[in-house]
Design a protein around this ligand. Structure first.
Ligand SMILES: [Ca+2]
Length: 347
């Protein structure tokens, strides 16, 4: 290899390293406009006493470097709630939002730790309860970072989402059970060998909820799940909660930035569109019912929910008309036959 070739290779390596470094630094920052009223970054307490636009409750402790929702102690509940409902400027069709969360779950336990934490966008705020420290039968969205499988009585870290209508209950013993809409198994808890913050991106846009987790802190954003047909209105509150029970952990929030959602790349859009079409085909094959085992991908990218509903309405109307026609025709024949019979009887 000539000296020039070696230099070129070295230069390429240097460029590559620079590119990776740059990428790592940039990717954790939201690309869209950040809503500062709904974000929390340090320094948390600018006046030394309170966090502007946020309240904290229960076991929550604010330090210079992180906000600890629960300490590594049993039976604690802590929360952090935005005091301002999310109402971005714009018309009725609001742009959605993107949550960029930086957090760290860690503790002394190597075999026994729990229970987990949650990110909320709900109608109510600051109501303590059994769902990772928040009330049950909530209205809105809860994204759960569960470190202990109550169902399997063991450690299996899992991120999932549930949409509450005020009546649906979170079943703690089955880790959400049937109320779980989608999720992914992913290790996000820090260990002694692997101790760094973890990043979560929760994007709500066009009735599609997309969740990505950078658990390796390397700037990659593997997808956790995509759910379609999600309807989250304005004026709900962002919140963070965590709980410990018999098992404990430190649940630390380092920052949470709420911003305008960053769109998908062309390749991402095409991939999501393809998956939505597959999902719709599966739905059609299963008689139009939802396929519970598969994540529900948004159809808004292809045609929108309204169109989807129109289709089913059209089908319902067509079915009603067909039934009415059958009833009318059958009625006519019965009438004619009865008349004939009557005539017969008359004879
Ligand atoms: Ca659990």
């Amino acid at each position: 290899m000539s000296v020039l070739a070696v230099l070129l290779v070295l230069a390429a390596c240097a460029l590559n390293t620079a590119a990776v470094h740059h990428r790592t630094k940039r990717v954790h920052d939201p690309k869209g406009y950040v809503y500062h009223l709904h974000s929390i970054t340090h320094p948390y307490m600018t006046n030394g006493m309170t966090i502007p636009n946020w309240d904290f409750y229960g076991s929550t402790v604010v330090t210079d470097d992180y906000i600890r929702l629960t300490p590594d102690r049993q039976s604690r509940r802590g929360s952090l709630w935005n005091t301002v409902p999310f109402n971005p400027p714009g018309d009725e069709e609001y742009p959605g939002f993107e949550i960029n969360l930086q957090f760290r779950v860690h503790g002394q336990g190597t075999r026994l730790f729990g229970d987990g934490m949650a990110v909320w966008y709900t109608k109510d705020r600051a109501l303590e309860g059994p769902v990772f420290g928040n009330q049950d039968k909530f209205i809105g969205m809860g994204v759960f970072f569960d470190t202990y499988s109550n169902l399997h009585q063991g450690h299996s870290q899992y991120i999932s989402v549930m949409f509450g209508d005020g009546m649906l209950s979170y079943d703690h013993d089955s880790d959400g059970g049937a109320s779980r809409v989608a999720g992914c198994p992913i290790r996000f808890r820090s260990t002694a060998d692997d101790d760094h913050p973890v990043y979560a991106r929760i994007v709500y846009q066009n009735n599609l909820l997309r969740v990505y987790i950078d658990a390796d802190d390397d700037g990659g954003w593997p997808e956790c799940f995509i759910v379609r047909r999600v309807y989250l209105p304005r004026n709900y509150y962002f919140g963070l909660t965590a709980a410990t029970g018999d098992l404990a952990d430190n649940h630390d929030v380092i920052s949470m930035k709420v911003s305008e959602p960053s769109g998908m790349s062309q390749a991402e859009r095409e991939e999501v569109k393809r998956r939505i079409e597959e999902d719709m085909k599966r739905e059609a094959e299963s008689g139009g019912s939802k396929v519970p085992v598969d994540p529900q991908y948004g159809d808004e990218v292809t045609k929108g929910n309204a169109g989807d509903n129109d289709d089913s309405n059209t089908l319902t109307i067509a079915a009603v008309i067909i039934v009415l026609v059958i009833v009318a025709v059958a009625g006519y024949f019965v009438f004619v036959k009865t008349k004939k019979d009557t005539r017969k009887f008359d004879f």
